[in-house]
Design a protein around this ligand. Sequence first.
Ligand code: FAD
Ligand code: DLZ
Ligand code: SF4
Length: 512
Amino acid sequence: MKLRVVLGDQLSRNIAALAGLDVSQDVVLMAEVMGECSYVPHHPQKIALVLSAMRHFAAALQARGVHLRYVKLDDPLNTQTLDGELVRAVKALRPEAVVVTAPGEWRVLQAMQGWGALTGGAVEIREDDRFLASQQYFADWAEGKSSLRMEFFYRKMRQATGILMDGASPVGGNWNYDSENRKKLPKDVKPPKPKRFPPDTITREVIAMVADKFAHHYGDVAAFDYPVTSREALAGFEDFIAHRLSGFGDWQDAMATGEPTMFHSLVSAPLNLGLLDPLELCKAAEAAYRAGAAPLNAVEGFIRQILGWREFVRGIYWLHMPGYASLNSLGASRPLPEFYWTGTTKMRCMSEAIRQTMTYAYAHHIQRLMITGNFALLAGLHPDGVDKWYLAVYIDAYEWVEMPNTRGMALHADGGVVGSKPYAASGAYINRMSNYCSGCHYDVNDAVGARGCPFNALYWDFIDRHAERFAHNPRMAMPVRTLAKMPPDKVSSLKARAADILKIIEHGGTGL
Ligand code: FAD
Ligand code: DLZ
Ligand code: SF4
């Protein structure tokens, strides 16, 4: 008899640990444990999603006749750690071996590598094959390259999978249509609301338990209505293909007040749990293009996120861990201001992004990168605090995908491993891509006055602080030169305003 362990983000029917399962003998262990629910203060909706999806997955296994050892969070015998539940199961069942799929986080892999010693028996850790590029494939591609760029990896993945290819050429003649994906949302365009999934009995029970046990975590669980099974997740994705994919390209980078999801797909949470298959999503998007149901800039843009970015950041994570977790190339040191946890700030763009995160455990990419991430970059917030926040608050957050995006893409703390330049921007960018500024306490056209947009002064102060480093970066040299040409009294006023803002941040951020 083998004991097959399935973690909370390994909910795929064909997960490696279940390959070769002997239904007549083997037992599947799934455990809801406090250790995983609170190693960062996860948003209660994220906990509800994982636990409800685990219970639904377990029910489906049971319906197939699989023997299950399912430990609920409120089971009085629960040791509340994965290690503890494994040991308890091994003692009770005495399996000939334990079989598990490699996890998505380094800290869990470290623990798993100690499971043999912990149980005194054989433990087989199988590769997680739910990705389109294995860790070895990525490492082989990276070998010998002085820098790793997503665009070239993405082209290789297009060729390897044949997605959006006409023979050896990219469909439409170009690999990338990103330049067509930067439009502001016109006033008369209303993004369609995504399909929601009213909680069933299992989910309602989980919601009640989460509301009781995790009331002290950031965010509210009451509004939870995300898909919790493969079938529901697929229905959510089909709704995206039918109603939002065609606008995904044009408005991929746009933001608007009261529009948390815009034309985005919302597939990250079920995809990262294993309820959806990345290749199937790409094929379905390509089919929509070939059927004339969606334009190429939308379909290519969507496929690039999944086939390109998602696989790329995972490759980077495993290539560079554990060292990646302590990178801080810009020497950022300030604490995360309290308003990241409350949304109480006069900066409209920040309060919109943070408050919607509290309500939905979701913000789309440009909000994560160019609002909360950009602010953290410009203000020099310490990557550890920023990482912890992103890992806690988003429903789709697991370290393999969260950390390269946060520490790498948003904070440039990796010195350029993920992106060749920091995504630093002043208020002008936010004003161009959203309607946030029109309702803001601050004036986006001012940088130095008491109501000058904080992003403006912080932007120039950031360029000044790192001028020496960025002067040698071809993609950053221009703002460095612009700053050098500014009249000295203007530079002094900008720096004085930035110093005031940074002082407020160092004291917790109240009043900003
Ligand atoms: P869509 O915009 O519809 O994109 C489709 C899919 O492409 C996403 O579901 C996702 O699977 C994939 N994708 C898009 N961009 C990225 C990216 N940069 N990296 C990896 N996959 C991508 N994504 C997570 O899944 N988990 C995280 O913890 C996470 N943390 C982030 C932190 C920061 C600072 C930033 C800038 C981005 C982060 N992302 C993360 C990437 C991205 O923002 C989310 O995947 C996306 O917003 C999820 O919403 P969606 O499904 O509607 O995405
Ligand atoms: C995220 C999460 C949560 C909230 N709870 C559990 C749990 O109770 N049991 C479990 O097996 N997994 C959970 N997870 C997912 C794990 O944290 C995830 O498997 C690791 O972080 C590795 O990616
Ligand atoms: Fe954000 Fe500045 Fe615009 Fe206010 S003015 S919404 S702080 S960019």
